[in-house]
Ligand binder design. Structure first.
Ligand code: T3D
Length: 262
């Protein structure tokens, strides 16, 4: 069996490719395990300053591999509490907590957990042929992988409810228009642009970008006073970073900055 997740280093970018193309990169236990290992590298390797997540073949990710969930009459139902707790929730928490930007290049259909994992990334690019489907309701499930949290925030409650109840596919262009994703791109341009963007982020002041991400994610749970306090505290940290000193020095010297990520 080929590796269910491909992990490549391209400079400071960790390119993570979901790789079960015959199954539209749907998740089985082996793919979850391989993605955990990729996240271990993303978290622990200081040379890695940006993650680029994408899928092999014509799809991005079709969510859970449903062939692992087939039951015969009389069988105990699968324990989805366990698999969410063991697999999907930790992945979501790690993507959100990673103090480095995660770019998602949605190369094709993103369905179920696959859609919501994409939407959890920091900058989402999608091929024009890609679509996002909250497929859960078609099989009697609830949007997971943060979908019930991210969708209302990204597109509002009216659209979130219709998408989740009807499982209506959202084409990439519409996703961009609705503010669900950053950009839809012609299919042939997706990976080039995603690599360029990830490379740009990997050369940026990583420590500061991690704080930016933290502040924006925290804003949904905070009132303005709390958020202003958080900004003060994070700015205090940013202000002590070597990259901030470099940024100011480079600006004053009218030269390009050379950031180390610290
Ligand atoms: O169980 C838990 O752990 C709880 C967590 C749940 C998280 C979830 O993600 S639940 C939602 C699971 N996903 C879905 O319900 C989506 C199922 N897939 C589809 O609806 C369609 O495949 C797509 C809309 C994504 C794409 O449609 P299309 O027409 O482009 O492709 P296709 O022909 O349906 O799929 C191509 C092949 O991939 C096909 O196999 P075959 O016939 O060529 O051998 C198809 O069966 C397979 N495939 C696609 N999605 C899945 C899958 N096989 C297993 N599981 C899948 N999710």
């Amino acid at each position: 069996e080929p590796a269910p997740v491909l992990v490549e280093r391209e400079g400071g970018v960790l390119v993570v490719t979901l790789n079960r193309p015959d199954k539209l990169n749907s998740f089985n236990e082996a793919m979850h395990a391989a993605l955990r290992e990729a996240m271990d590298i993303a978290e622990s390797d200081a040379e890695i300053r940006c993650v680029l997540l994408t899928g092999a073949g014509r799809g991005f990710c079709a969510g859970q591999d449903l062939s692992d969930r087939v039951t015969a009459p009389g069988d105990a139902p699968p324990d989805l509490t366990r698999t969410i707790e063991a697999n999907y929730n930790p992945l979501l928490r790690r993507l959100k907590a990673l103090p480095k930007p995660v770019v998602c290049a949605v190369n094709g259909v993103a369905a179920g957990a696959g859609a919501n994992i994409a939407l959890a990334c920091d900058i989402v690019l999608a091929a024009e042929s890609a679509k996002f489907i909250q497929a859960f309701s078609k099989i009697g499930l609830v949007p997971d992988s943060g979908g019930t949290w991210s969708l209302p925030r990204l597109v509002g409650l009216a659209r979130a409810k219709a998408l989740a109840l009807l499982a209506t596919p959202v084409p990439a262009r519409q996703a961009e228009e609705w503010g669900m994703i950053w950009k839809a791109l012609p299919d042939g341009e997706l990976m080039g642009e995603a690599r360029r963007l990830a490379g740009e982020l990997a050369a940026a002041p990583t420590f500061g970008l991690g704080l930016v991400k933290q502040a924006l994610e925290a804003s949904f749970g905070n009132d303005l006073d709390t958020q202003l306090d958080l900004e003060r505290d994070l700015q205090g940290l940013a202000g002590r970073s070597p990259d901030y000193a470099e940024g100011v020095a480079a600006f004053m010297a009218k030269r390009a900055p050379s950031f180390t990520g610290r």
